[in-house]
Design a protein around this ligand. Sequence first.
Ligand SMILES: Cc1cc2nc3c(=O)[nH]c(=O)nc-3n(C[C@H](O)[C@H](O)[C@H](O)COP(=O)(O)OP(=O)(O)OC[C@H]3O[C@@H](n4cnc5c(N)ncnc54)[C@H](O)[C@@H]3O)c2cc1C
Length: 402
Amino acid sequence: MDFSITAELAADAKRVDSFVADEIIPLEADPAHYDAYGNIDMAVLQSLRAKVKAAGLWAPQIPKAQGGMGYGPTGMAVLYEAMNQSIFGPVAFNCAAPDDGNMYILNKVASQQQKARWLQPIIDGDVRSSFAMTEPAPGGGSDPGMIQTTATRKNGRWVINGRKWYITGAGEAGHFILIAKTGSDARNGLTAFLFHRDDPGWRIERRIGIMGPEEHGGHCELIFDGLTLDDDRMLMGEGQGLKVTQIRLGLARLTHCMRWLGLARRAVAIAADYAAIRQGFGIKLADRESIQIKLGQAAMDIEIGRVMVMRAAWRIEQGSKARQDISIAKIHVSQLLNRVTSDAIQICGARGYSKDTVLEWIYRYGRQALLVDGATEVHQMVINRFLQNQGQAFWGWGVGND
Ligand SMILES: Cc1cc2nc3c(=O)[nH]c(=O)nc-3n(C[C@H](O)[C@H](O)[C@H](O)COP(=O)(O)OP(=O)(O)OC[C@H]3O[C@@H](n4cnc5c(N)ncnc54)[C@H](O)[C@@H]3O)c2cc1C
């Protein structure tokens, strides 16, 4: 067991820290740097992304040969947390959801031709992407077995009909991954397809308003009425859709945690700064035990989250799916993000509730963490399933290459 990081990774983390502090955090204060939905303005983002590329910090999660920095999950854990010290950070480095998860799954399972056409433009930052799985009731939400969007064989092609919603980024995306039903089998009845914004036979019905700031392209409801695709648009082949989903969501959940830890750290930093200067009833807030307990608890929660995330990342690098570790981390980190941000607002008083700091932005954004990529209760169900199936082995440490 070794929780130290390499000198190279430590140096890169320092470069990300400096870049975020010098180039990104200063942008947050000016309302002109935001788009209408509370995210970084597109033109501002483009110039920021050019600076990230020039600094050699672009896409750390992508292999060097494809234009990234070549880090695996443990390196990503360090760097993603560092970049989300700013609310604008991950998208500037091309590490934001859903592009991040889409790049991962395409790199893992797409053919060479598919990678050239569908993946490389996302890596290069020329195209944004979406992952379309969730459907309105009675379709598939928490339970993908309920997916009702169908892909039917007609004249040697796939014809797709149905409805998806809450599809992040759909309003800006050029490349889409779609999960549709191709059979009745619970495990092999779903297939993943690639489609392009310009393909006929689908449309955006509406952009759904949400309580938090929105990703570029929003969260949209999509209607498919005869989208027709050839076999070369299938990802991994017929019946492999659930597998695609599980591979994609496994790491995507963990990268969410990596970023959320960064946001939680930022919230603590803002609260600690205020507590250090604010006087009341004769002493500084920072000298009050009740405030020290809140900040100490927040630091402890974050540190527990970092250990969980790092263990899951390490296990993935050892070849494990780390499913129970990821579920545990996802629950803990999403909950701590909500708790810590709420406490940070409390410590800052009215200023915490205002738009003078990014606390209210993080607070509104953080609520979705308890829902996306598996609601808390679904991950509790998954953890319990492992507990029931494995018995005492659930508590095993794993020896050597176990
Ligand atoms: C901001 C945002 C972005 C999103 N982006 C995308 C995207 O890009 N692509 C995409 O496909 N989807 C996306 N989603 C959808 C998201 O993945 C789903 O909301 C999530 O999977 C839950 O599905 P559902 O909303 O249908 O909830 P439901 O399945 O209707 O569940 C409702 C609630 O029931 C409870 N529940 C469900 N199952 C269980 C259980 N087994 N035990 C106990 N309680 C349970 C949970 O509290 C859950 O919140 C996004 C959602 C949000 C809010």
